[in-house]
Design a protein around this ligand. Structure first.
Ligand SMILES: [Zn+2]
Ligand SMILES: [Zn+2]
Ligand SMILES: [Zn+2]
Length: 484
């Protein structure tokens, strides 16, 4: 840890400190400007997602021109460069995988593979076959924190015994392996491409030190397997992010005013038994709030049970009732209400009620814009989607990727997905092929994404290219209008 401290301080102007209620955080020791890279890290170990019909290179995650490893027939590579980079570790993994029965191989999940690779890498670093560096060593992994629930431990123990079957190490500690699974669950990152489509999972122990509450004004993006944390807003020296604005959280998580025409936010009054509207001064009784909250909770549980058992229409009616109760209960800018509307939106799309879906899309946008800061990549992507659609038309979104979304990053990616659909539909309503609109959206996208993604990645080059094309098309249209 001292070595890492020294390296971060010297090379990156960062320091690690422990805060009483947050755990370890990274602090900046100089100013960072928007778009500047705060930290880059290669994964300690990583694996591609496993999805039916699509395989990816084990090293760089590309899905094009890949070939199966000829001895284990499990792992894929795009070429000899990636295969060579992975060889020291895969040589051992390959032997183990080759010995497995066919049905065991089918049940090989990315989490199991990640754990096997974790142990193999530790072994190889202990034996000095793979060099150890300050940013790349097992003690960083060992220092990661985890929280485990009782019921998960049973599952993790089962997974650990599977790892044992694969590794066949006589002195493997099952309990420790189970604990390591909970560490992975808490700390592993979903590796996404520039459009936030999940490609795989990786363990980035140094990036993990920056937990999200520490740095709301930075963003994590992936360039291939490399994780990069960039500053989104100017981050002054010594900062570890902004204090949570009381007003903002009262809107996002709080109750609405008793007067339904009032947009004020409510704060708990320590003297009385209620919440006071900070705009008009009306008091909302706590008993009344608890009553609606109780009804809302019961209905939510019923609705989600109906949805997961496939009773789509029934669940839609229930979710509409949940929404009604939440409108009574929550501020119009509340995240809870937005999440309910996202679910309703998804169901409406499933039953292909496009008109109503569009109404719900529009309802979610203001909250979304509130939750994500202006330079958040999702907002950039949302403009990008909009521009792409205005220009090319049609749905480009691939729903099947939804299956790959993992719980941890679930909320972020599902919002992106929903928004992409929202804009797909909005743009279909607004005339397709409007070049001017497209230029406006792409320009907005570029402004955001040049900060979050840099300007040298292939995705950004494509985007900048599209902007040029759209501009050329617009000026051609203008000049042909002059001719008439
Ligand atoms: Zn590759
Ligand atoms: Zn192999
Ligand atoms: Zn009020």
């Amino acid at each position: 840890m001292e070595d890492l401290q020294r390296l971060l301080q010297h090379d990156r102007a960062l320091s690690v400190s422990t805060l009483p209620d947050k755990g370890r955080c990274l602090f900046t020791t100089r100013d960072f400007s928007p778009g500047e890279i705060i930290l880059s890290e290669e994964p300690y170990v990583s694996v591609p997602n496993k999805s039916s019909g699509e395989s990816r290179c084990d090293w760089c995650f590309t899905s094009s021109n890949i070939k199966r490893c000829s001895s284990c027939h499990v792992v894929w590579y795009c070429g000899s460069r990636c295969q060579k980079s992975d060889w020291k570790l895969h040589r051992l993994e390959c032997q183990l995988l080759s010995q497995l029965e066919k049905n065991r191989i089918r049940s090989l999940t990315p989490s199991i593979r990640l754990m096997v690779k974790l142990y193999l890498k530790k072994k190889l670093q202990d034996e000095k076959v793979i060099p150890t560096t300050v940013m790349d060593n097992y003690s960083l992994v060992k220092n990661l924190v985890s929280q485990v629930g009782e019921n998960q431990l049973v599952l993790y123990a089962q997974m650990a015994s599977l790892v044992n079957i694969i590794l066949q190490w006589p002195d493997l500690n099952i309990k420790e392996t189970a604990e390591n699974f909970s560490k992975l669950a808490c700390n592993a990152h979903t590796i996404c491409d520039s459009e936030l489509i999940p490609l795989g999972t990786g363990l980035y122990p140094v990036v993990s030190i920056i937990n999200h509450s520490c740095y709301p004004n930075s963003v994590l993006v992936f360039e291939g397997r490399m994780a990069t944390v960039r500053a989104m807003q100017h981050i002054p020296k010594g900062s570890e992010g902004q204090d949570v604005d009381i007003r903002e959280s009262a809107v996002l998580e709080g109750y609405r005013c008793k007067n339904h025409t009032c947009d004020g936010f409510l704060l708990r009054d320590p003297e009385s038994k209620g919440f006071i509207c900070q705009q008009c001064g009306l008091v909302r009784d706590i008993e009344e709030i608890l009553k609606i909250a109780g009804e809302e909770k019961t209905m939510s549980e019923k609705a989600s049970a109906a949805l997961s058992s496939g009773h789509t229409n029934e669940s839609l009616d229930m979710y509409l009732m949940v929404e009604k109760l939440q409108v009574k209960l929550c501020h119009s800018g509340s995240i809870k209400l937005m999440r309910t509307r996202e679910i309703i939106l998804k169901i409406l799309m499933e039953v292909q009620d496009w008109k109503k879906a569009l109404t719900y899309c529009r309802l979610t946008i203001p909250v979304y814009e509130r939750v994500y800061p202006t330079t958040h990549p999702l907002r950039g992507l949302q403009y990008y989607t909009c521009g792409k659609l205005n220009w090319e038309g049609g749905m480009w979104l691939q729903w099947q990727h939804e299956d790959n979304i993992r719980e941890r990053d679930g909320c972020v990616v599902s919002v992106a997905t929903v928004l992409a659909v929202i804009f797909a539909m909005l743009s279909r309503e607004w005339l397709l092929g409007q070049t001017e609109e497209a230029i406006k959206s792409i320009t907005q996208a570029v402004d955001v994404l040049r900060i979050t993604h840099g300007t040298t990645t292939p995705f950004m080059k494509e985007l900048l290219g599209k902007l040029e094309e759209a501009r050329a098309e617009a000026s051609y249209k203008l000049s042909s209008m002059d001719d008439q």
